[in-house]
Design a binder for this molecule. Structure first.
Ligand code: PXL
Length: 272
């Protein structure tokens, strides 16, 4: 049966991130997508300038139409959010729509720094979303924010594991922590049913904006298809490595993100 997912994320008109990544990837994986925009930007915020329209004032009415049309989704997948109020709308939506799969990419910051547009209140409320998720994909910075730990570059695997345990004790489902850095490798930690494992793959430089969106989109699609988490993380890491190599070979500007179009066929077999 064709699965349906509600993507709640921003539309950045240029630069391969959020919806312009999630839509093609999830469609290639054979999933029908609905979109709730959180903000509309001319391009993502890593470019030297951008213009942004916060979608908060329209969001309640937008979601209520989906409700009155009696739309149903097998899952919800949240990403970049525009305001604290949006978090409350999404929490409400989660209880009204009873999504079986709730994938929360708790986009808040990276490399120890909270993004400009995120307030402390938003970060606090984001935790409410995370503890209701069936799968969440924080990077190390976001994991520290969610658990109230101060960020350090060289956190041990043991420390990361105990932060995951804290979140799981509060209700979070499975967790994949992205961006564990070692000298020439980048790793992902999986916390699933009380088991913690870490897997490293070669780091393909330069790092590019939108990589986290590619990763979380693949995990979201696989989650709806009940693919084992380890298999899904391996698939996403391999896909990203392949796309980053192509991006480098074609000298794609860093801010133009991960050049994935050439390789979407790698994901098509994921459709069930
Ligand atoms: O995926 C990251 C992302 C999402 N949305 C917006 C962004 C970025 C990264 O820079 O600027 C608007």
């Amino acid at each position: 049966m064709l699965k349906k997912i509600a993507i709640i994320n921003d539309i950045s008109g240029f630069g391969r991130c959020s919806v312009t990544v999630a839509l093609p990837i999830l469609s290639a994986m054979g999933i029908q997508c609905g979109v709730v925009p959180t903000a509309v930007l001319s391009n993502h915020t890593e470019y030297p300038e951008y213009s942004i329209l916060d979608f908060t004032p329209y969001m309640k009415e937008y979601i209520s139409k989906w409700h009155s049309l009696n739309l149903h989704f097998d899952g919800v997948y949240t990403g970049f959010l525009g305001s604290e109020q949006q978090l409350y709308y999404i929490l409400e939506m989660m209880s009204e729509f009873t999504f079986a799969n709730r994938i929360v990419d708790p986009v808040m910051g990276d490399h120890g720094v909270i993004y400009d547009s995120y307030t402390k209140e938003m970060c606090k409320t984001m935790k409410q979303l995370v503890i209701r998720s069936t799968l969440t994909t924080p990077n190390v910075t976001e994991l520290c924010i969610l658990t109230g730990h101060s960020y350090q570059e060289n956190l041990t695997e043991k420390e990361i594991c105990s932060m995951c345990e804290e979140l799981v004790l509060q209700g979070t489902g499975n967790i994949v922590v992205t961006g564990l850095e070692r000298e020439r490798e980048i790793g992902n930690a999986i916390y699933e049913n009380g088991r913690f494992t870490v897997h490293y793959s070669p780091k393909v430089l330069p790092l590019r904006p939108g990589t986290g969106d590619v990763f979380a989109s693949i995990l979201a699609g696989d989650s709806l298809h009940n693919v084992a988490l380890q298999e899904s993380v391996d698939k996403a890491s391999h896909f990203i490595c392949t796309c980053l190599n192509t991006s480098g070979k074609w000298q794609i500007p860093i801010n133009d993100g991960v050049c994935f179009e050439e390789h979407l066929d790698m994901l098509i077999s994921s459709g069930k």
